[in-house]
Design a protein around this ligand. Structure first.
Ligand SMILES: [Zn+2]
Ligand SMILES: [Zn+2]
Length: 626
């Protein structure tokens, strides 16, 4: 069977839905009904009538009634006056007809069954056969032509597929994704929150998620230490000069928090060139300062400098989303300083390490997207070619699936974006491997760059004249001039590679919560076991067990509330605690040692176990990170 174009299928279904709506509410005014990602919508003006999801069964039934008559789509052309007559009292269609005629477009109508509509085309050949598998999804408000100045219309969303199986699979995956939404689970499992007083896009990590983050961070540190990384700490605030030299303050100023200009704090003159400060948007310049704190010989290279470094970027309010798009985040940031000869080995090592981390957390399909030289770039062509070759070669040798995004690199170097699929098959970008030919280099400030800064309000405010600004910028220059001494005793520019594997703790945990649906594996679970005494008289025994678990390094809690056992089991299962230890007479009275009855969060009954045996199995699972 020929594969049907999904956009055509969905747009055709939008026609069918509009036909049903018009039969049920003949006074409604139709507007437009395009196919969109994962479905379609149609916008109507229902006047005073309120339409809700409760009307869906009625609309869907009418769609099924009409469908057998829809044998195909007939194309017709009409002149504007006649076209308008088809829509008496419908200003939306009249506006479209006027616009299309002005653009010199032909006014085409498509007819199926008894319904026809102004449309540019893009339909299925046999609607009665093809349009059987649809579902209406939701109702929402939408402004005519997306402008708040216009009237609010009623938008009905739906979707359709070429088979019932695909439709059902899709609906199931949407439902599953909603259940796993990290913002919803964050609340239910008491993992994190965002307070308007802290600020939008700034995450408050609650004790439970902090436990898990600590484990991930410690694991990250251990593995990096084993792989020859040096771990450092650098401050959150940096002098403005630093990010003038790096040029972040000219290129990315819109994504930085405003500069803390001292003349407004201490009343100093703007002209004193006091070192005003910024919240750092990047860790790299600080790592460069550590590198440059003394001369470096080629014998020391490569230097791999890592930090769980918190940075701040001013993302627009509209794009903020739970933990996955935020304004303050801790990157698992590392900078590799090396010689050109070491580049391939270093990239290979990073890819291997990346793969290792993704596998530990159960992410499949590590895919690399290599972004190459854009039209405008910094650094020499030779450097770019060396770096691009290394990225491609490293993927090939390490057997990583890669795609090349031609010309999509940032101006200062080519990069790899590392993407994975989660347990629902959704793709997420986590890490990057990014060459940088800007920061390690040095160049004098150009007139063009002075103009770039002069156009920014903050710099006008501080320096008040272009001349003064020019003097300041010329003193600093561009780039940090990062050198090493080669085996001939000559100074050479160091190659610098930025890399993250998890991306940031915030985003990674947002993804991780959805990936595991909140049910963290044992080694990451904030609470690994909850002990439930059946009656009051079993509490003492439970406390004794709790102490044993605690001493063995297991994260344990005892539920001593006076709830019924079944209610406690339900609560902790909903909280996704991996194990529940039930303690009653049978366990407490057993004189052969310490016992407990164990249930898993999947409601599997493991029966009565001795403490040493159970502890051993817990430790083994934690060790294996399974
Ligand atoms: Zn159409
Ligand atoms: Zn960096």
């Amino acid at each position: 069977m020929k594969k049907i174009n999904l956009d055509n299928l969905r747009h055709s279904t939008a026609h069918l839905m509009a036909a049903a709506v018009m039969e049920l509410w003949p006074d409604a005014k139709r507007t437009i009904g395009p196919a969109i990602e994962n479905g379609f919508y149609f916008d109507f003006d229902f006047g005073e009538t309120k339409i809700s999801e409760r009307d869906f069964p009625k609309i869907e039934a009418k769609m099924r009634d009409l469908l057998p008559m829809w044998k195909g789509f007939e194309r017709h052309e009409l002149p504007p006056e006649l076209a308008k007559k088809e829509y008496p009292g419908n200003p939306y269609k009249h506006e479209l007809i006027d616009d299309f005629s002005k653009e010199g477009q032909k006014l085409t109508f498509y007819k199926s069954g008894n319904y026809w509509d102004l449309c540019r085309g893009g339909h299925v050949a046999h609607p009665d056969q093809n349009l059987k598998h649809f579902k209406l999804l939701k109702v929402a408000g939408a402004y005519w032509r997306g402008s708040e100045k216009n009237k609010m219309l009623t938008r009905i969303y739906g979707t359709s597929f070429s088979s019932q199986k695909e439709l059902e699979d899709y609906l199931k995956s949407v439902e599953e994704a909603e259940k796993r939404d990290h913002r919803k689970l964050g609340k239910e499992l008491d993992l994190f929150s965002i307070s308007p007083l802290t600020g939008a896009g700034l995450i408050l990590w609650h004790p439970r998620l902090s436990y898990t983050r600590n484990i991930v961070e410690q694991f990250w540190k251990d593995i990096h230490y084993k792989n020859g990384y040096q771990l450092v700490h650098t401050p959150h605030v940096a002098s403005m000069d630093m990010f003038v030299i790096s040029r972040h303050l000219s290129k990315y100023i819109d994504f930085m928090f405003p500069i803390m200009l001292h003349q407004y704090i201490e009343g100093e003159s703007a002209l004193d060139y006091t070192a005003d400060e910024v919240l750092k948007p990047m860790n790299c310049p600080n790592h460069i300062q550590i590198f440059k704190s003394r001369p470096r010989s080629y014998k020391e290279l490569p230097i791999r400098m890592g930090e769980l470094g918190t940075v701040y970027r001013y993302e627009r309010a509209g794009v903020l989303h739970g933990m996955t798009r935020v304004r303050g985040f801790t990157q698992d940031d590392t900078h590799i300083f090396c010689t050109p000869d070491q580049v391939l080995d270093e990239v290979r090592d990073v890819i291997r390490l990346t793969k290792y981390f993704y596998e530990i957390f159960g992410f499949k399909n590590y895919q690399a997207y290599i972004a190459t030289r854009p039209e405008k770039y910094l650094g020499s062509l030779k450097d770019w070619q060396m770096a691009e070759k290394a990225l491609i070669k490293a993927c090939q040798v390490e057997n990583i699936d890669y795609k090349i995004d031609e010309g999509q690199g940032v101006f200062y170097g080519p990069k790899i974006d590392s993407k994975v699929k989660d347990s629902l098959g959704r793709e997420w970008q986590l890490g990057t491997i990014q060459f940088d030919f800007n920061q390690p280099s040095y160049a004098e400030t150009t007139e063009e760059e002075i103009d770039e800064f002069w156009h920014l309000k903050t710099f006008k405010m501080k320096f008040q004249s272009r001349e003064r600004l020019a003097k300041y910028l010329k003193k600093l220059g561009r780039g940090f001039d990062v050198k090493f001494i080669d085996n001939q005793g000559n100074e050479k520019q160091t190659v610098m590679i930025h890399r993250t594997i998890l991306g940031s703790m915030e985003r990674f945990f947002g993804v991780l919560i959805e990936h595991f649906a909140g049910a963290f594996p044992l080694w990451l679970a904030p609470v690994q076991i909850v002990l439930i005494p059946i009656g009051e008289k079993h509490l003492e025994y439970a406390k004794k067990l709790e102490k044993e678990f605690r001493t063995a390094g297991i994260r344990v809690e005892t539920d001593d509330r006076s709830e019924r056992m079944q209610a406690k089991i339900r609560d902790h299962t909903l909280q996704k605690v991996p194990y529940l230890g039930i303690i009653g007479d049978k366990e407490a009275d057993n004189k052969d040692g310490l016992f407990l009855s164990v249930r898993t969060r999947e409601s599997k009954d493991l029966g009565q176990l001795t403490l040493p045996r159970f502890l051993e199995s817990l430790k083994e699972q934690i060790e294996k990170k399974s």
